[in-house]
Ligand binder design. Structure first.
Ligand code: TNX
Length: 753
């Protein structure tokens, strides 16, 4: 007897690790046993590549080496002892759809297209539990196909450069989530990353800049050496040769991922203009490739010569990228850009391609086949659908993966708005106000990984996964079938599989958060995790917790010098070997640090442009943040660097110690820069100002600052006495500074007796 699993019943043995959730799962009896004797059987040559993919994945993830054979549809009947995984084709499936049937005797994957077969293989792999060697898959029948045809990720390789190997690995990870569009942001003010044969200076000049932040050691040396740089100028950059691009595109095709290249115009063009100044419209000396972030003012010049240049560039782009869709950017330009959009749209159409642009391109006269990528919220998508244009939803801030995913100290630099896994999952593509015909213009969904603040490949992985798993599910699975608690149950085992394949995914959704306050025995500690998933287990004996360590059930009263370790485990993980689903949190308490708050544990006074930033000093050896002195990460609103330490008992007075760093003000924010308070310092380098219960008025105390040594990441200030006064007070800390650049930043404050 079999039953169709109830709507939310899939978070069990059947679809346990399957993300995105399949359209239909019907449970059967028994299970298929997969081991080294299992044969992969290919009845249609179209499946050969996918069969190899599956075999390779099984070898890499569980050290299980299966053989592949060519066979006819009935082979499994003649070879009953050799359990088979059979790939066959049949007409009638949707473009990316497939059927996966598991019985104790065999697994059969059937689809009409290569993509369908591939996704069937992915689902089969996901059905296997984490672990090595042989495994069982419960009998079941899955019928599956995606709701949306555009399930994308955008990677910004311009602000920070990633190696070809890394780019391919990202595409590989996408495929494992049935994501199918890799939007590659290849040019921007800070770098031109694509070799164009006709214009070599685009890469010999445009691919290199002075580092905006310390050079990331994690990025592999670029394939082509930087041209002789000025002796003392460190250089940062890299580009993709045409040969490398063809390799990436071919690899993506083997994973059923379409690569949509973006050449951003007419704004975000400073690197190109640095290479060929005549492309620009500004007077004055040519600009350098930018080492600053924000909206730059250099634009392509709307002249016939510029257009001829762009047509040459796009001719090479079309030769490299078979994608039907070609992205021309179009974002963040002060001026009317209809001229460029229309000319480029005509040119691409002439060559049988389709223009994609950010939602600024939506202007009267936009070609009816142009695709509008809605990023300034979802109104662009709505307007595009009304106008009869296809559209992709990629709204800031929810689908902007440069935002951090929790408030924990484990998060790398980025924007400070918290976009959790649940926030991404909750994003709803449906627009009920559209008619069914208008709705059909919504092609799908995409998340964007902007890399201004994501300088290493490891951090790109962290910022992308597992949030990309949520993108995959909202793009693939019908909204009626989606259910957050069920998704979390499926993501947790998926994280374990990520680890087995070496992906540095974020555990932010499961990681333990400890809030420590002074208490009668020393400290009171409360533990939690973002999703409430599983159970938290902890230890204080100096060893990492296991599934049999004490289970957290309420606030802990610990001595002031306790050594606390905690991690999240799956619920009811009785077996002592059950692995945690988060990394271990380790807090060594001490009487002094009880009163210490890092900048991200304080409140920011405002939320203008709030960022997590690293110091620019080259001093720190540890590019990965693993070994060596960790680089401090400063939480700062660059529009108003100001922090609040709440509720300090000053009855007996207090001593305040702080560590401060200097950050370059390397932001293009136009006239908004005038809103930043500067020029209010009394000493040459500025002061730290301390105020009570408010951030205006005369400071209670000030501490003069001295510029940091070139290789120092921060400096500790001598303690400041706060005079006794009754009650608890909010302490406001901000800096007076002589000028915009550099800006002082607070790393931590310690308040004690
Ligand atoms: C806006 S989104 C941009 C990018 C930035 C991003 C995040 C879009 C089309 N333009 O240039 O990287 O914000 O800072």
């Amino acid at each position: 007897m079999s039953l169709v699993l109830a709507l939310f019943g899939a978070g069990n043995a059947f679809a346990a690790g399957v993300v995105p959730l399949p359209a239909e799962v019907t449970a059967g009896d028994g299970a298929f046993h997969i081991d080294a004797k299992t044969q992969v059987c290919v009845t249609d040559p179209m499946a050969t590549e996918t069969a190899h993919y599956l075999v390779d994945l099984l070898a890499r993830s569980r050290n299980l080496k299966l053989g592949i054979r060519r066979c006819t549809a009935g082979t499994h009947a003649i070879l009953p002892e050799a359990r088979t995984i059979t790939f066959s084709t049949a007409p009638g499936f949707e473009a990316e759809g497939y059927r996966l049937e598991v019985t104790p005797q065999r697994v059969a994957i059937t689809a009409t297209t290569g993509a369908g077969l591939f996704y069937g293989a992915v689902t089969l792999w996901q059905l296997l539990p984490a672990g090595a060697g042989q495994a069982e898959v419960s009998s079941q029948v899955i019928r599956d196909a995606p709701v949306y045809r555009w399930r994308g990720l955008m990677l910004d390789s311009a602000r920070h450069f990633q190696s070809v190997e890394f780019v391919k690995s990202m595409i590989d990870w996408m495929a494992l989530h049935k994501l199918n569009v890799f939007h590659w942001h290849l040019t921007d003010d800070q770098g031109w990353r694509l070799e164009i044969r006709k214009y070599p200076r685009l890469t010999s000049v445009g691919a290199w800049r002075t580092p905006a932040t310390p050079a990331p050691a994690a990025v592999a040396a670029p394939a082509v050496a930087a041209p002789a740089a000025g002796k003392h100028l460190p250089r940062y950059g890299g580009f993709y040769t045409q040969r490398q691009v063809r390799d990436v595109v071919a690899f993506a095709a083997s994973r059923h991922v379409q690569v949509v290249p973006e050449i951003d115009l007419p704004g975000h063009a400073q690197a190109a203009i640095a290479a060929y100044p005549w492309l620009g419209s500004a007077d004055g000396p040519p600009p350098p490739v930018s080492a600053r972030w924000g909206v730059h003012t250099y634009l392509f010049n709307p002249q016939p010569a510029t257009l001829a240049f762009l047509k040459d560039v796009f001719t090479e782009v079309m030769d490299l990228f078979p994608s039907h869709e070609i992205h021309i950017g179009g974002d963040e330009v002060g001026k009317d850009q209809t001229y460029f959009t229309q000319e480029m749209s005509r040119f691409l159409t002439l060559h049988g391609r389709r223009l994609v642009g950010w939602d600024e391109i939506l202007r009267p006269g936009l070609a009816h086949d142009a695709i509008v990528m809605s990023w300034r919220g979802t109104t662009g998508a709505h307007a595009a659908a009304l106008a009869g244009n296809d559209t992709v939803l990629s709204p800031w801030p929810t689908l902007y993966f440069d935002n951090q995913q929790s408030k924990l100290l484990i998060e790398p630099p980025g924007r400070m708005k918290v976009i959790s896994l649940e926030d991404v999952y909750a994003f709803d593509l449906r627009d009920e106000s559209l008619t069914p015909a208008q709705r059909s213009h919504v092609l799908g969904v995409q998340a964007n990984i902007w890399t201004e603040h994501i300088r290493t490949e490891e951090r790109v992985e962290w910022m992308t996964f597992p949030r990309a798993a949520a993108i995959a599910e909202i793009g693939w699975t019908a909204p009626e079938r989606r259910h957050w608690p069920d998704f979390v149950q499926r993501v947790a085992p998926t994280l374990a599989k990520y680890r087995s394949l070496g992906l540095h995914a974020a555990d932010s959704a499961f990681a333990v958060d400890a809030s420590v306050t002074p208490g009668p025995d020393g400290a009171v500690v409360t533990l939690s995790n973002q999703t409430g998933f599983g159970e938290i287990r902890y230890s204080t004996d100096g060893h990492d917790p296991t599934a049999s360590s004490a289970k957290y059930s309420g606030a802990l009263s610990l001595p002031a010098n306790a050594d606390l370790r905690a991690a999240t485990f799956p619920e009811g993980a009785a077996a002592p070997l059950a692995a945690p689903v988060s990394d271990v949190l380790h807090r060594r308490l001490s009487p002094a640090t009880l009163g210490r708050r890092g900048s991200r544990e304080l409140d920011l006074c405002s939320d203008g442009i709030s960022l997590l930033l690293e110091p620019s000093a080259a001093g720190a050896p540890a590019a990965h943040g693993r070994a060596g002195t960790p680089r401090p990460i400063f939480a700062i609103d660059i529009m108003n660097p100001c922090w609040i330490y709440r509720g300090v008992d000053l009855t007996r007075g207090a001593k305040l110690a702080a560590a401060v760093g200097e950050l370059p003000f390397n932001f293009e924010i136009g006239a908004d820069a005038q809103k930043i308070r500067v020029g209010d310092s009394r000493t040459p380098a500025g002061e730290l100002e301390i105020r009570l219960d408010g951030c205006d008025g005369a400071p209670t105390a000030t501490a003069p600052l001295t510029p940091l040594a070139a290789d120092a990441m921060e400096a500790q200030l001598p303690p400041i006495d706060l005079a006794p006064r009754p009650g608890r007070h909010d302490i406001c800390l901000r800096f007076a500074r002589p000028r915009l650049d550099p800006m002082w930043a607070l790393d931590w404050v310690e308040i004690g007796q």
